[in-house]
Write a protein that binds this ligand. Structure first.
Ligand code: HEM
Length: 421
């Protein structure tokens, strides 16, 4: 009865919360701190109504109960009807596999892809990642100026992802740009449907190259998709595309956001920059601290499958709940001095890569790409300085907390002759 009253009270007194608003983008650390302290399980009426989980413990508990809190999305291509999924509000026309699936579908898909993303498997991309990072810095090093996002943190993970799939490297922009724009274009922007249509080219190329790999397989992800089977059955066209979509979406913008935020931080905090530059053994701890602090995936949704109660919080079937990973990672019950970057923070059990069965499959690859980019900058343009007045943040950080433009200047240097090939 008391739980029902709590539900009733929360829904009668909704918070004015929209994770896609400009106000949220500007003030999210303090907005979440206020909620965690005074109203940690609020209800928002925006986007059809949803609960917001702000505390670390609640988010982990919900993430670990996929039988009640599902990420599954239904999408009817004929009527356009959408239900469930990981986005609030839902993105029409797309279904990420495995992220927007539930068991047993999820189990088959993860079994099918896990081995390709193991620490040992992705180690094979370290040299390529370093080579791409070096080539991108070569492109700008003589000029003394670059846009960190446009010239570096956006192309680099896109190139590695092209390599992983087995797509021609020179197509990276046609693939990565639509994703980048879908992530930061607000859903009510009239441009949003056009942005989603930008993925048509990706779909076409997935189909074309998968057909080629059926005839002549190589050692790449598309060959694995085109010739492999899940639960004994070859992948149908829709599953193959949705899986490729999810890997590309996971691969391109998240690592971009993490590295972009880190490079801004190191520009603003020369003592951290110098410490990391002169002691690279700090990198693994510093990297995890940046994932915690910036939480590139800001918040994602789950859908209540049946009435359920979790640690005194009761949910009704059909409700949606936003898991604010970014808030959990600043929860003072778990992290000392949570609003400060502590390069050697340890322990650091952040959930920047998620919690529970949907935990990030690409985290080992993300770490390799991040290190390659940061090392390249610290080695070759260590005095770079962000041009603060020209920074452009994403219009919405509700999905990914990233930047559109980060202009920066540095003392020009010389090329090392690295190539994108
Ligand atoms: C710093 C970079 C990254 C961050 C912060 C990140 C974060 C996350 C988070 C929070 C989730 C959980 C989603 C949920 O709870 O519903 C997730 C899932 C996922 N990520 Fe990442 N990710 C990163 C890089 C990557 C990369 C490089 C790839 C692939 C190349 C990738 C592919 C995926 C996939 C496929 C899933 C869904 C897993 C599943 O549902 O079983 N991610 N990621």
């Amino acid at each position: 009865m008391e739980l029902q009253m709590d539900r009733y009270a929360a829904q009668q007194n909704p918070v004015d919360f929209d994770h896609h608003s400009a106000d949220h983008a500007a003030n999210w650390p303090s907005a979440f701190a206020e909620l965690r302290a005074n109203n940690p399980r609020p209800w928002s009426e925006r986007h059809g109504g949803f609960w917001i989980a702000t505390k670390f413990k609640d988010i982990v508990s919900i993430g670990q109960r996929p039988d009640f809190f599902s990420a599954h999305k239904d999408y009817d291509p004929v009527t356009g009807a959408i239900a469930g999924g990981i986005s609030i509000p839902a993105i029409p026309g797309l279904r990420g596999v495995p992220n927007e699936t539930a068991s047993p579908e999820w189990d088959g898909v993860r079994t099918f892809i896990n081995r390709r993303f193991s620490p040992r498997a992705v180690e094979a991309f370290r040299l390529k990642a370093q080579q791409f990072a070096a080539a991108l810095i070569d492109d700008v090093i003589e000029t003394g100026r670059f846009d960190i996002v446009e010239d570096f943190t956006n192309p680099m993970p896109a190139l590695v992802t092209m390599e992983l799939f087995g797509f021609p490297l020179d197509e990276w922009r046609a693939f990565a740009d639509p994703f980048h724009k879908i992530i930061y274009t607000p859903r009510d922007d009239p441009e949003f449907p056009n942005t989603v249509r930008g993925l048509d080219y990706f779909r076409q190329r997935v189909e074309e190259v998968a057909a080629l790999r059926r005839i002549e397989p190589r050692d790449d992800l598309l060959s694995h998709f085109a010739n492999g089977s899940i639960d004994g059955k070859p992948l149908d066209g829709e599953t193959l595309y949705n899986l490729a979509f999810n890997i590309l979406a996971g691969g391109v913008d998240t690592t971009t956001a993490l590295t972009s935020n880190t490079l801004i931080h190191l520009s603003r905090h020369p003592e951290d920059r110098e410490r990391l530059r002169s002691d690279r053994a700090l990198m693994p701890l510093a990297r995890e601290e940046f994932v915690r602090f910036f939480s590139p995936i800001h918040a994602l949704a789950r859908n209540v499958v049946e009435d359920v109660e979790v640690d005194g919080w009761s949910f009704k079937k059909g409700e949606r709940v936003l898991l604010a990973y970014s808030s959990a990672n600043r929860d003072p019950d778990v992290f000392d001095d949570p609003d400060r970057v502590i390069l050697d923070r340890f322990p650091n059990k952040h959930i920047g890569f998620g919690a529970g069965m949907h935990r990030c499959v690409g985290s080992f690859l993300a770490r390799i790409m991040f290190e390659a980019m940061i090392n390249e900058v610290l080695d070759r343009i260590p005095d770079y300085q962000v041009v603060e007045e020209e920074l452009v943040v994403y219009p919405t950080i509700g999905n990914i907390n990233g930047w559109v433009h980060i202009p920066a200047t540095f003392t020009p240097g010389t090329k090392v002759g690295a190539r994108i090939e």
